[in-house]
Ligand binder design. Structure first.
Ligand code: F6R
Length: 614
């Protein structure tokens, strides 16, 4: 979702800001712009489309030199993605430039008020209203910081705002409510951004702004207040990954790089989780053993791919802990009046830690006094900060819009949670937990083995690039993987794709099957005899109706061979661990098929990496 950058320091701000925006491109956007402070005024340019369009516009009509500036990549909410609606937006006299991420919910009322006072608003955005209000406050004698505080007090909704004043050359001011904002602390220079990727090449020391805070940066100083102007504190942190982690390392797409990073991501997510006696320990588990023993229900909430990791986890957590476990889309959970008590554990799964739907859901759960635990990949993001406990996945930065290593490590973290609960509550013996952990320890090698077979999947993807519809079938933990495989194909290749529980097929969806339609079938390990046999019956049913079956089955499973037009082999693992292997060919498949269709895999159309609006 929108990327934001602000800079003040000795360097040319235009370069720093546009480079920062480039590093935030992965968040998804449809227009971009920049504003610089020069000679007592604002100079700005903005263009619909990718940053290349802005680069070209600036090359045709260069902006003046400046060491203070802001920039923005916009993911349209209010108003079409065109030049006019792109950010920055200026105040009535052009003295102030402002960029914004989020939605100002009371913008219609504010707009009417401004128009009645004679303001000309040039765009359809909610943002422009804030720019005009800010400039009006400056005209009333406030400085930019005071003006920002005053404006924020009037706004409702979710926003990160960053502004410059043409008459105040060394200051950039920002504010946040329900939307991310971090400060990069440099030597004689400071940065503002929606996430650290924007300034990681300049500094790894950062401040994470709290809720309802305003921050003012100059070259040598950073000052934080609340919306009333009272001093406030932001939390310092050090970014423990470097620039190379945010670059492609020779891969054509971040997504492909991230798929191949999964063995390391899984290994890192398992690292340091056992004490010297071999017992599980989860450092950020701030809930006491007593709290955990009292839990009588678990609700996993998430969106999209993270939701599917929750669906996988439900099977394992219930099996290991015998605690009833529900999984729900965060936006549905939030608005249906769920039954929550002090003994409900709500587990929010989010790679970014900023997904607004998930954030609103945990706020609701905490209001009802339920315990909230976050499973998150982004240190210092809002969801873990507002949770009672957190298990961080250690996947490293995920830049590709489609989540891959985020998903695998979410399953790892959920499994760690399940095993930890089983340890504390005594529903599994220590040696049983140790044996499952030993199986998990083998997963990085086995994921690598699946990756080593990528060529077969790539070839298949290229062969099927003209397919107009693809079905995915699975049972048990294979069912969420069918959903995830279909989601990946939809979002990257823009092909109609549906995931089904194989047993459900005969209740309706089988009517979709026609001659030559590719159907991807995930076959459970033979250890689950009944499931295995039933899955084979499902494959036979679609094959009898002309489907082209692409079957994912474990090595040595010869029973499936007669029913597979294409057979993709998976290493043998216990049922609950198979999703961590079976999803990998589906990720490779979607990535390659989208590539062969010429799509932008890292930034699929209409999508944003972190969805910070409800
Ligand atoms: C799909 C994808 C999305 C995210 C979803 C939740 O590939 O990436 O479906 O999984 O938007 O995002 P997080 O995990 O950041 O809360």
């Amino acid at each position: 979702m929108c990327g934001i950058v602000g800079y003040v320091g000795p360097k040319q701000a235009q370069g720093v800001v546009i480079e920062g925006l480039r590093r935030l491109e992965y968040r998804g956007y449809d227009s971009a712009g920049v504003a610089l402070v020069h000679d007592g005024a604002i100079a700005s340019d903005k263009k619909a489309g990718k940053l290349a369009n802005l680069d070209k516009a600036i090359a045709d009509a260069p902006l003046p030199e400046s060491t203070t500036g802001i920039g923005h990549t916009r993911w349209a909410t209010h108003g079409a993605p065109n030049d006019r609606n792109a950010h920055p937006h200026l105040g009535q006299q052009g003295r102030v430039a402002l960029v914004h991420n989020g939605i100002i919910e009371n913008f219609a009322a504010l707009r009417s008020e401004l128009e009645a006072a004679g303001h000309d608003l040039l765009s359809e955005t909610d943002t422009e209203v804030a720019a005009h209000l800010l400039e009006s406050a400056l005209s009333g004698g406030a400085n930019l910081t005071e003006a920002m505080q005053a404006v924020c007090r009037r706004l409702e909704g979710a926003f990160t705002l960053v502004a410059v004043d043409g008459q105040d050359p060394d200051r950039v001011v920002a504010a946040r409510r329900n939307s991310p904002l971090v400060v990069g602390l440099g030597e004689g220079e400071n940065f503002l951004a929606s996430d650290v990727a924007a300034f990681i090449e300049h500094t790894r020391d950062a401040l994470e702004l709290g809720q309802d805070q305003v921050v003012t940066i100059t070259r040598d100083d950073v000052e934080v207040t609340d919306f009333d102007g009272a001093p406030a504190e932001a939390k310092a942190f050090h970014v423990d990954w470097d620039l190379s982690a945010a670059e492609k390392d020779g891969y054509d797409w971040f997504m492909r790089k991230e798929i191949h990073e999964q063995p390391r991501a899984v290994a890192d997510s398992l690292l340091g989780r056992r004490n010297e006696e071999g017992f599980l320990q989860l450092d950020e588990m701030r809930l006491s053993d007593q709290d955990l023993r009292e839990i009588d229900k678990i609700i996993l909430i998430a969106c999209g791919t993270a939701f599917y990791s929750g669906l996988v986890a439900k099977y394992a957590i219930e099996h290991w802990t015998r605690i009833p476990c529900e999984v729900e889309l965060a936006h549905e959970f939030r608005y249906r009046d769920p039954i929550l008590t002090r003994d409900t554990l709500v587990v929010a799964i989010s790679q970014s830690g900023e997904t607004a739907d998930t954030l609103m859901a945990i706020r609701h759960a905490r209001q009802q006094r339920s315990k909230v635990l976050a499973i998150c990949n982004t240190n210092g993001s809002t969801i873990p900060r507002e949770s009672d406990a957190v298990i961080y996945t250690h996947a490293g930065p995920e830049i590709g819009v489609a989540s891959t290593k985020g998903f695998l490590t979410q399953i790892v973290a959920c499994y760690l949670l399940g095993l930890y609960l089983a340890q504390v509550r005594g529903t599994k013996f220590g040696d049983e937990i140790a044996s499952i952990m030993a199986q998990l320890d083998r997963m990085p090698k086995l994921v690598q083995k699946v990756l080593d077979g990528a060529d077969q999947v790539h070839e298949l993807a290229r062969e099927l690039s003209d397919a107009t519809s693809v079905l995915f079938l699975g049972r048990h933990v294979g069912y969420p993987i069918a959903l995830e495989g279909a989601l990946k194909l939809k979002e990257l290749a823009y092909i109609h794709a549906e995931g089904f529980a194989a047993g459900e097929l005969k209740h309706g969806p089988i009517a979709l099957v026609e001659e030559g339609m590719p159907v991807i079938c995930i076959v459970p390990p033979r250890g689950r005899d009944m499931l295995h046999g039933k899955m084979i019956s499902g494959i036979q049913e679609v094959r009898a109706r002309g489907a082209r079956t692409i079957v994912l089955a474990e090595e040595g499973d010869d029973e499936v061979t007669p029913y597979a037009d294409v057979l993709v082999r998976l290493p043998q693992v216990p049922t609950l661990l198979q999703p961590m292997l079976s999803v990998v060919p589906l990720q490779l498949f979607a990535c390659e098929l989208a590539t062969s269709k010429g799509h932008d895999v890292d930034q699929p159309r209409n999508l944003a990496k972190s969805v910070t609006v409800e």
